[in-house]
Design a protein around this ligand. Structure first.
Ligand SMILES: [Zn+2]
Length: 180
């Protein structure tokens, strides 16, 4: 497993990442696959303690200081693990219905959690190249996975989750929004 230094410098994080040339270079392929492995290890109690890393479910290349439209997701659940190594992801459609995490979002690049609800579409359809399956994929995600993917895609455009929190009323409830 490759250990990464996660960037917390907002000057770097605010940059907009650039499209990646396909077919993927060996270097880019290795990077995005290593990002998935990093996330997987971060959720393993023993490994996260050993390497002193925070558990994470998503990571964008810009969080490593690499300005490329690539992101990794690794969601380990009781019965299944969902992982993606996405290149040039695009949201092609989303629901009007919104959702939010009742614990609020967190980010490996934001050392101190910012409290408040982040509203995002409940369902999204994303097209991308996936380096795990080595195919162009269409992902239909809802709920937690949809939130993770949207949080990571925000990174590609230099947006951090706390910018989406209502500063005056961080816990204001929006009608019809699904609580995750
Ligand atoms: Zn983040």
């Amino acid at each position: 497993m490759k250990l990464f230094d996660i960037i917390t410098d907002t000057k770097i994080l605010k940059q907009i990442s650039e499209e990646v040339t396909l077919p993927l270079s060996k270097e880019d392929e290795e990077l995005v696959l290593d990002m998935v492995e990093y996330l997987r290890a971060s959720q393993d109690e023993e490994l996260s303690e050993k390497y002193n890393i925070r558990p994470g479910v998503g990571l964008a290349a810009i969080q490593l200081g690499i300005k490329k439209r690539m992101l990794a997701v690794c969601l380990v659940e009781e019965k299944k693990t969902t992982s993606y190594a996405l290149v040039n992801p695009v949201i092609v459609s989303h629901s009007v219905r919104e959702c939010f995490l009742n614990t609020g979002e967190a980010c490996l690049s934001v050392p101190i959690d910012v409290d408040g609800y982040v509203y995002r579409p409940y369902k999204v359809t994303i097209k991308a190249y996936d380096a795990i399956t080595k195919k162009k994929v269409t992902i239909k995600a809802r709920g937690y996975l949809s939130i993770i993917l949207q949080h990571e895609m925000d990174h590609l455009d230099g947006i951090l989750y706390y910018e989406r929190i209502d500063k005056k009323e961080p816990f204001r409830l929006r009608q019809g929004a699904e609580v995750i």
